[in-house]
Design a protein around this ligand. Sequence first.
Ligand code: SF4
Length: 258
Amino acid sequence: MQELSNIKTRKITLGTKEWADSNVNCYIGCSNNCRYCYAKNMAIRFKRKTEDTWKYMEPNQKNIDKKYGKRRGRVMFPTSHDITSESLEGCLTVLKKLIDADNNVLITTKPKLNCVMEICDLTEKVKNFIQFRFTITSMNDKILKFWEPGAPLFKERFESLKYAYRRGFKTSISIEPFLDKDPLPLIKILLPYVTESIWIGKMNYIKANDIPSNFRKDYNSIREVNSKNNLKAIIEKLHIFPKSLIHLKDSIENYLSH
Ligand code: SF4
């Protein structure tokens, strides 16, 4: 079996700190409405949103209007919502301020092609300071529709990746959470269009109670996908890819080491 440490050895950091030094958000709520969303759980817990209102994206006008200076290290944008048709205008305003201040920006999104095209137009001249991190968690639209009901389906995400790649932007992928029992076929398809890295992570927030009986199969299935045996089997097969490109999220390393 390929040792975990052969894939990547580094200090353990969690959450968005694994990828960037700071983050920026400018909307509350997210129309993708993923069933595993941590930001949604937090918003509901602190009564900023409800289960029903999370999918409506409200501009955080203060964060859209404020000035952004040069920050230390890389800025991740956004982290608690996505760049969608509803949020595009505000997101482009904030992104422009971030790049005008010479920031290095990691743009994370379940990509919608029209949004990616607009971002590429806006940042064409500073593309060296931009890296896309496209979240593509499965090739199976049925699975995507269940877990990420408002997000683009596979074809649009894949087209977005190819578009950014062909325009000469730095591209990377987040397969977090991976939703297919075996994510290797997905990695093989995406790899030719990735200039930087592919990150694999597990689902960390799986609802345990009040699961409607017609959804139980889906929840049981993701628990199997997340099982230690399955994770170990995947890691064993990852050696066929260049080690410099494939990274496991710390959540997997932590889970397997306990
Ligand atoms: S795209 Fe991200 S922020 Fe939006 S609902 Fe899904 S997990 Fe939450």
